[in-house]
Design a protein. Structure first.
Length: 180
């Protein structure tokens, strides 16, 4: 049962990654390939406050006070659309930044393969997280996504604290076993 769930999740993530890759090749980024190789091309990541506002629950409380289901559906649909647009804009800017990096180091004499591999892995991780976030936002909506991310963050803190306690307990247990 557990293996089937893991295989299903892997297949879903692979399908999501394929979807993201297809969309990135189909969408027009608005930049010509010639313009992307110029070093003066500005990279402007979208303001994080826009995403914070899209994920805010204060506006949902305000809209809910009107007790109109149509207004609430419109609000949630528009917030989902805005959050997904923010994510796509972030991906486009990250891809532009990566293209600028590749074009600038293409003929570099002091290229460090380790650093480039690390950057490649970071870019892959970014695309994986982007795909997951896009899927979660499109499936659950931005407001539920925020609550989900907060709970995951809380669990990560708990696991980190537990790991620290286990790590400090192991040497003392090993020392008492060695003394016996």
């Amino acid at each position: 049962m557990n293996l089937a769930v893991i295989v299903g999740l892997c297949a879903a993530l692979a399908a999501l990654l394929l979807l993201v890759w297809r969309r990135s090749t189909q969408e027009d980024t608005g930049w010509s390939s010639e313009a992307a190789h110029r070093p003066e091309m500005p990279v402007r990541l979208p303001d994080r406050m826009i995403l914070e506002r899209c994920l805010s629950s204060k506006d949902l409380e305000f809209i809910s006070s009107f007790e109109s289901r149509a207004l609430l559906r419109l609000f949630v649909r528009e917030r989902r659309r805005l959050a997904m647009a923010w994510l796509r804009q972030t991906r486009r800017e990250a891809q532009l930044l990566l293209r600028l990096h590749v074009s600038s180091v293409r003929y570099a004499a002091d290229l460090r393969p380790g650093a480039e591999a690390k950057l490649f892995l970071a870019a892959g991780l970014f695309l994986l997280v982007y795909g997951a976030m896009l899927g979660i936002v499109s499936w659950y909506g931005p407001l539920r996504t925020r609550r989900f991310l907060e709970s995951v963050q809380g669990l990560a803190v708990i696991l980190s604290q537990l790991g620290e306690r286990i790590a400090t307990a192991i040497p003392s247990a090993a020392m008492t076993a060695a003394n016996v």
